[in-house]
Design a protein around this ligand. Sequence first.
Ligand code: NGQ
Ligand code: ZN
Length: 464
Amino acid sequence: MTQSNQSLFAEYAYLPDGWRRNVLLEWNTDGMLTAVTPDSTAATPGVAYAAGPVLPGMPNLHSHAFQRAMAGLTEYRANATDTFWSWRDLMYRFAARISPEGLGAIAQWLYIEMLKAGYTSVCEFHYVHHTPDGTRYVNPAELAGRVVDAAKHTGIGMTMLPVLYQYSGFGSQAPRADQQRFINTPDSLLDLLGKLRDAHAEDASLRYGVAPHSLRAVSEDSLRAVLGGLDAMLPGAPVHIHIAEQTAEVDACLETEGARPVQWLLDRFDVDSRWCLVHATHVDADETVALAKSGAIAGLCLTTEANLGDGIFPAREYLEAKGRFGIGSDSHIGVDWRSELRLLEYGQRLSRRQRNVLASAEATHVADRLYAAALDGGARATGHPVGALQAGRRADWLVLDADHASIAGHGPDSWLSGVVFCEHGESPVRDVYAGGEKLVDNRRHRDEERAYAQYRVALADLLK
Ligand code: NGQ
Ligand code: ZN
């Protein structure tokens, strides 16, 4: 048995059965919780006290790190109609300028922002693999490796998902010139993954999976090939895919394949809880129920989906069908799980003209229900044992500031409501631990000044 060698006492901590008092958290040198004991005696000598209520850290199930550097730069109208697709053209122009050093610097700063917000792990849907004209780097995993280094350096848990991107549209259309950096075959992608694993072995904070980019970007055969290769290497590892973000892609799928994207995938593949379907935005009533039944995780990226004008996911019906979901910050127009959960509920309120739409008879507090669900689904999508304060899980949590204006004077029943729905000044997240290490102390990450300076250099280079 591994020795517990660190501990923290929390007057309140959020355990799988809700808020509990006087919780002793104990973890080992691998950063894994060894015991979580509610109703402990407070006065154990040598035990540190948490500065406020303790919540499990939130997994961020969808990130394209480089896009952090273009947040706020596409909020103007350049054409008569500005859509997701015109945004994508701008984004590709930006992607073409990313250098290995630049990517590393952006990812480091981004992951520090994530940690400060209380995201303790991230799934990186990484698709910028090659030089701008599509030539491989000497090390084909050069860029993915920079992102993994950034995660290690900042301390955030990582699920690296190298992306298979082959085609520019349904029916195996040839890639565009501005997609050359992304392109692989199943074999070259699996080779890249193998090299990445050789350089950065899995550990308590690092896992791998794959991400076929979308049904637009792979064929049925190549999807089978990459899944087969993954299973030979890492059986059961996570598989993430963009699935139905835009109505144009649903229409194109119907036209070329005779089925809507979610239905098409469920009909042909053994979709279960290892799958994360990112932007399952456009699902009809049957798909909503079928997706829920599959056990797959819907990857919802509310701030990005709002920013890009994607549409509204039928969250109420999906939750009623017991569907699982997690949240992601995707393009990083916002890097805060609180905004993602708030917007998930607000989309429903605005379209239905009702309140507390995503509550249920058993879970009457929306924020508590969404928080618990996003922890569960997000954790599953990472492939890591995270998402709960429980022995055997990674020691990932955040400490709230109980004196913060959004929750001061409240009892535990409304702490999550205050944290998710109120926006009053600085963040209520005070300290953050990942893998048992206190990485954020009183709202400061140990390396934030240096990382921000490097980020500014990378940004100046990109924008010059
Ligand atoms: C991406 N982003 O891969 O970065 C995509 C845009 C595409 C979002 N879907 C590219 N939000 O879907 O083709
Ligand atoms: Zn994405």
